[in-house]
Design a protein around this ligand. Structure first.
Ligand code: IPD
Ligand code: CA
Ligand code: CA
Ligand code: CA
Length: 264
């Protein structure tokens, strides 16, 4: 197909190596106490390792593709400074679940997404401690070499992942949604939440996310019959933080009709 022949296999194969190298780096430095700094508030943390992983990924990308653009969490800009509709660009979250990384040394991910001429091509999530890489080609998403099946889960037989801030602060309609499910879970990492959805352990995820949090997982999900929407039902814009529901396409209207009544 035209889609398959245009697929950026060179970028995909390079990125797999780079993300795996980032995982090896993080695992090999786990005994070292990270240098921790705060960002917007006391519980918004960043470490020297976030910066080092990001720098390494960015320099590898630009060495191979000097004209590509980059949107990366630790650059300090929440919006792209390039044209999203026409650029070849990478979205990078060097460590997703920094708090888990610091406190638990588990349940964190290295993530990236690649867009060609503004169109999503592949996402990549490395569950670092499990050393499992989730990635996609033009047709399917994979965990390592295993293709992930399309799924049609239903709310009343499934678990939901929710963002703990949203649940604590304005829970009414999240509770209504949660009460239609088997139960809720909170993993402290968008990437690990997406991995659980891809594996069929969780139906969906409701959270307040930046592009680097949702872009990789959303591209991976698009190959198994799932997608991501804002509470208004649009595709997330890649511009700053947005409230996002990621879940099965057949439940879009049912879930968003509950969430859209709320003031999340
Ligand atoms: C955060 C985690 C967390 C989610 C936050 C994200 P970070 O990413 O994914 O689970 O609730 O919204 O910002 O800062 O650890 O990369
Ligand atoms: Ca962060
Ligand atoms: Ca993140
Ligand atoms: Ca991060």
């Amino acid at each position: 197909s035209e889609q398959a022949s245009n697929f950026p296999n060179e970028q995909l194969n390079l990125a797999k190596g780079w993300v795996r190298e980032a995982g090896i780096f993080l695992r090999s430095h786990l005994d070292e106490a990270p240098q921790v700094a705060t960002k917007s508030r006391y519980d918004d943390l960043v470490t020297n390792f976030d910066g080092q992983v990001q720098e390494e990924l960015v320099s590898k990308i630009l060495a191979h593709f000097p004209d590509d653009k980059i949107l990366a969490e630790e650059n300090g800009k929440s919006e792209p400074d390039f044209d999203l509709a026409s650029s070849n660009f990478w979205v990078i979250d060097p460590i997703d679940g920094t708090t888990n990384f610091i406190v638990q040394k588990a349940e964190f991910a290295v993530m990236l997404a690649y867009y060609q001429a503004g169109k999503p091509q592949f996402g990549m999530i490395l569950d670092v401690m499990a050393d499992r890489l989730f990635w996609n080609d033009a047709e399917q998403s994979y965990c390592e070499d295993e293709a992930l099946p399309v799924r049609w889960p239903e709310l009343e037989t499934s678990l939901l992942a929710l963002n703990s801030y949203m649940f604590k602060s304005n829970a009414n309609h999240l509770q209504e949604l949660a009460s239609k499910s088997l139960g809720v879970r909170n993993f402290g990492s968008a990437g690990i939440s997406y991995v659980k959805i891809l594996e069929g352990r969780i139906l969906g995820y409701v959270s307040n996310l930046y592009p680097w949090d949702y872009a990789p997982g959303s591209i991976l999900l698009s190959k198994i019959g799932f997608d991501s929407w804002t509470i208004e039902g649009d595709s997330p814009s890649l511009m700053g933080r947005e409230k996002v529901f990621s879940g099965p396409v057949h439940l879009k209207d049912e879930v968003l009709s509950i969430l859209s009544q709320s003031e999340l």
